[in-house]
Design a protein around this ligand. Sequence first.
Ligand SMILES: Nc1nc2c(ncn2[C@@H]2O[C@H](COP(=O)(O)OP(=O)(O)OP(=O)(O)O)[C@@H](O)[C@H]2O)c(=O)[nH]1
Ligand SMILES: [Mg+2]
Length: 250
Amino acid sequence: MSRKKAVKGKAATSSPSAGSPTGKGNGKAVKSSPASIVQGNGVVHPSRPSISNSSEFYDIAFKVMLVGDSGVGKTCLLVRFKDGAFLAGSFISTVGIDFRNKVLNIDGVKVKLQIWDTAGQERFRSVTHAYYRDAHALLLLYDVTNKASFDNIQAWLTEIHEYAQQDVVLMLLGNKARHCGKFISPITLAVQEFGVPYMETSAKSGLNVELAFTAVAKELKHRSMKDPSEKFKLQEYVNKEMKGTGCCRS
Ligand SMILES: Nc1nc2c(ncn2[C@@H]2O[C@H](COP(=O)(O)OP(=O)(O)OP(=O)(O)O)[C@@H](O)[C@H]2O)c(=O)[nH]1
Ligand SMILES: [Mg+2]
């Protein structure tokens, strides 16, 4: 098997696999220690030694897509996660689609997330559809200060069911949360009706941003490791790990 390292993010405007190191496949095992890692397609690969010409080595890689209405904060969430910064100032709506990579250490396993930032505007919807089928996880964002973005969640879920893989990991993120701690906004209380894991984030303050991506990476890793004794429950993990204290900056 070839050695893999995470590549820097680059714009992708053609087909989903064209700009994608993971191509069409599921999460791929390229190095593991000490246990074997199972590919999403069920192929077991024996343990391999570390690959060491980059700080961005990874064992398994997954594609995560950010979707949701224009203006809910998808790009800001990704920038906050990747660079630890907030894009203040005027709103520049995303055109087309782009991705950034980040490698997380999940319980000793290096999990590379290739995170696709999509354009929320209606006119780019057909471009986005082409990418759904390769996504291992989808983060569907709404804006907790914007009821219209909540009202559109059902339409997004319908679209996801139509275009994404059946077993895609899905989580709702109520972005632009203004509070801190475990309180959730009235919109997010209503969001529970969809029966999909959910949490609130703030790209502005950084609230729960790392946690959202870590939770998804953990879920994907658990699935790919195929260890039945280790059942991972996304919502339970998020509820447990959510910040209990802190100060509001949003
Ligand atoms: N207060 C607050 N503002 C935010 C937050 N996240 C994003 N914003 C603001 O919301 C606006 C839209 O953010 P973007 O990240 O560009 O939105 P988007 O979802 O990527 O929009 P499209 O690219 O059009 O789909 C910007 O003005 C951001 O500064 C947040 O957590 N809190
Ligand atoms: Mg954007």
